[in-house]
Design a protein around this ligand. Structure first.
Ligand SMILES: *[C@@H]1O[C@H](CO)[C@@H](O)[C@H](O)[C@H]1NC(C)=O
Ligand SMILES: *[C@@H]1O[C@H](CO)[C@@H](O)[C@H](O)[C@H]1NC(C)=O
Ligand SMILES: *[C@@H]1O[C@H](CO)[C@@H](O)[C@H](O)[C@H]1NC(C)=O
Ligand SMILES: *[C@@H]1O[C@H](CO)[C@@H](O)[C@H](O)[C@H]1NC(C)=O
Ligand SMILES: *[C@@H]1O[C@H](CO)[C@@H](O)[C@H](O)[C@H]1NC(C)=O
Ligand SMILES: *[C@@H]1O[C@H](CO)[C@@H](O)[C@H](O)[C@H]1NC(C)=O
Ligand SMILES: *[C@@H]1O[C@H](CO)[C@@H](O)[C@H](O)[C@H]1NC(C)=O
Ligand SMILES: *[C@@H]1O[C@H](CO)[C@@H](O)[C@H](O)[C@H]1NC(C)=O
Length: 470
């Protein structure tokens, strides 16, 4: 009897420890070819993914997750925040309709208030409503007796930090959010034992600084020199740890050392345009496989600044999402193709084990990465597509000119690029100028299909098109 009891206890412990040491995934739905929620959830289960984050409170998905052991993070959309921040009744209704209805059959564990709001200057008004909305949602959770199992947080992108992540010990939050948003948010998170949700992509940090940061360092490889923080002497073997410790550094700067981090988005894309770097199956497989092994290690690795601390991790993303705007890489972050093959349903883009137990050496060989021209060796321009419709070109032209006064200066009457006086010619000049100036900030040469990249210099006479040196 005694022995049996011990065995049962050990088993129960194994199962609960198991749930903690599982990987999460972001289930985005910006595709017109995605499977039903039921089908997706059964695939998530078969892959032994333990946590799902969604970008709303979609009822089909929450119903499909009912009765599973998968824990769920739901999201209040950006547009809903103001009203919730202003009204306890609205917060109550949101929790009643979107959480209580499904709980506890669906293991909702987190409510996220908006998505990367602090990255969007157009939503500046909303920045200051995030924490009030978090407080009201918490009150609603208490009212419906759902707290403390359900935490409230909001995902932030790395641009919540000011300047460089090197050295991470020197990182601070941006001046325009540090005191008025981050301090009250961290205070809330500490008080309620809730984690800060951070979206961190070594892919972008490397792509924007490929001269200084080695690909191997971004991919958790072992053929790089590593990096030593000049501020505190800590040694780094990979870029993700630098990013996470930069966030811990910025939190420490405000006196919040105890708050934990959840890595709410990270990943690596598998396809790219000619003006992108490193997005291929080879690199994506190495990144995500090694990520799983690292984040699920027992005991946990943590980071150099927070050793041995478990960091819950959600990979971006479950599916390739064909409706996402921007460069080709944007539509190719998925772990799964949203298609039905004759022999497999929702196939993996590359083999990957989500339990973290399969040694790297056990995987079949990967396709070699396609050759990549050396950094700085290509000159690329962005021009208007002569096949695009006039309204399409005009919309793009207005958008580009509105981003900064310098972009359309040369196409004004009397200036070197005014002639030929046509929408096509003016759009080309403006698209290129926008592209060269904004690519590093995430801008792309798409303009809803109105633009194309070219390796041929479009300059003529005194009208000079600046190249993107890539
Ligand atoms: C919820 O998700 C399902 C499954 O993908 C989708 O068909 C449906 O349109 C979504 N509902 C809303 C309101 O977005
Ligand atoms: C969540 O609840 C609100 C308020 O009841 C409702 O208007 C909204 O449609 C719900 N959102 C989703 C995604 O179900
Ligand atoms: C630390 O940050 C400050 C302000 O952001 C900057 O002036 C300084 O150069 C940084 N120190 C190092 C070692 O990078
Ligand atoms: C951070 O995580 C640890 C381990 O999971 C937990 O014991 C602690 O309470 C958390 N701290 C806060 C402030 O949430
Ligand atoms: C590399 O880092 C140095 C020193 O931080 C900086 O001056 C330089 O601009 C960086 N190079 C690139 C390509 O970003
Ligand atoms: C425009 O359309 C023609 C004919 O369909 C095609 O051959 C050409 O590649 C297109 N040009 C661009 C820039 O897309
Ligand atoms: C330039 O083209 C626009 C639109 O066709 C026309 O209204 C304008 O008069 C032209 N300007 C000159 C100086 O030719
Ligand atoms: C130009 O861009 C359009 C829309 O993105 C694309 O369909 C077309 O293939 C591109 N043409 C060339 C020549 O690259």
């Amino acid at each position: 009897m005694q022995i049996l009891f011990t065995v049962v206890l050990a088993l129960a412990f194994a199962i609960s420890a198991e749930a903690k040491y599982m990987i999460g995934v972001n289930y985005g739905q910006l595709g017109d070819n995605l499977p039903s929620a039921k089908h997706a959830v059964s695939r998530i289960k078969s892959l032994r993914i333990g946590h799902v984050k969604i970008y709303d409170a979609n009822s089909s998905i929450l119903q499909a997750l009912a009765g599973t052991k998968i824990t769920v993070a739901v999201m209040i959309t950006d547009q809903e925040i103001s009203e919730i921040a202003a009204s306890q009744r609205t917060a109550d209704l949101w929790v009643k309709h979107n959480v209580s209805t499904y709980y506890p059959e669906t293991r909702i564990r987190t409510i996220l208030v908006g998505n990367e709001i602090l990255s969007d200057p157009n939503q500046r008004q909303t920045w200051f409503q995030i924490v009030p909305a978090m407080e009201k949602i918490r009150s609603a959770l208490l009212k419906y007796k759902l707290h403390p199992k359900i935490k409230v947080s909001t995902p932030l992108a790395m641009d919540v930090l000011q300047g460089s992540i090197f050295p991470p010990s020197n990182a601070t939050f941006r001046d325009n959010v540090r005191e008025l948003v981050m301090r009250p948010m961290l205070s809330y998170l500490q008080r309620t034992h809730s984690p800060l949700f951070i979206d961190a992509y070594p892919y972008f940090a490397w792509e924007n600084d490929a001269k200084n940061v080695s690909l191997d360092f971004a991919l958790f490889g072992s053929n790089n020199r590593g990096y030593t923080d000049s501020g505190n002497g800590l040694r780094y073997t990979n870029l993700l740890d630098v990013q996470l410790d930069a966030v811990f550094g910025a939190m420490a700067d405000l006196g919040y050392d105890a708050v934990n981090i959840t890595l709410s988005e990270t990943g690596w894309p598998t396809r790219q345009d000619v003006d992108e770097r490193g997005a291929n199956i080879h690199n994506a497989a190495l990144y995500n496989r090694r990520l799983v092994t690292k984040m699920l290690a027992k005991p946990p690795h943590g980071t150099p600044r927070r050793p041995a601390r478990f960091i819950r991790t959600f990979i971006f993303a479950l599916f390739n999402e064909d409706l996402k705007p921007g460069p080709t890489s944007e539509r190719n972050w998925g772990l799964l193709y949203p298609i039905q093959n004759h022999n497999q349903s929702l196939p993996l883009v590359y083999p990957i084990d989500f339990t973290g137990r399969l040694p790297q050496s056990a995987y079949p060989p990967l396709p070699a990465p396609p050759p990549q021209p050396p950094v700085g060796s290509l000159h690329i321009w962005c021009v208007a597509n002569p096949n695009a419709s006039l309204p399409n070109l005009l919309a793009g032209l207005h958008y580009a000119c509105a981003q900064s006064p310098s972009i359309c200066a040369a196409i004004q009457p009397g200036q070197p690029c005014f002639n030929p006086n046509s929408t096509l010619s003016h759009a080309s000049y403006a698209f290129n100028n926008y592209y060269v100036q904004f690519k590093v900030l995430g801008g792309s040469c798409s303009f809803s299909g109105g633009a194309n990249l070219t390796f041929t210099d479009p300059s003529y006479g005194l009208c000079k098109y600046r190249p993107l040196v890539f």
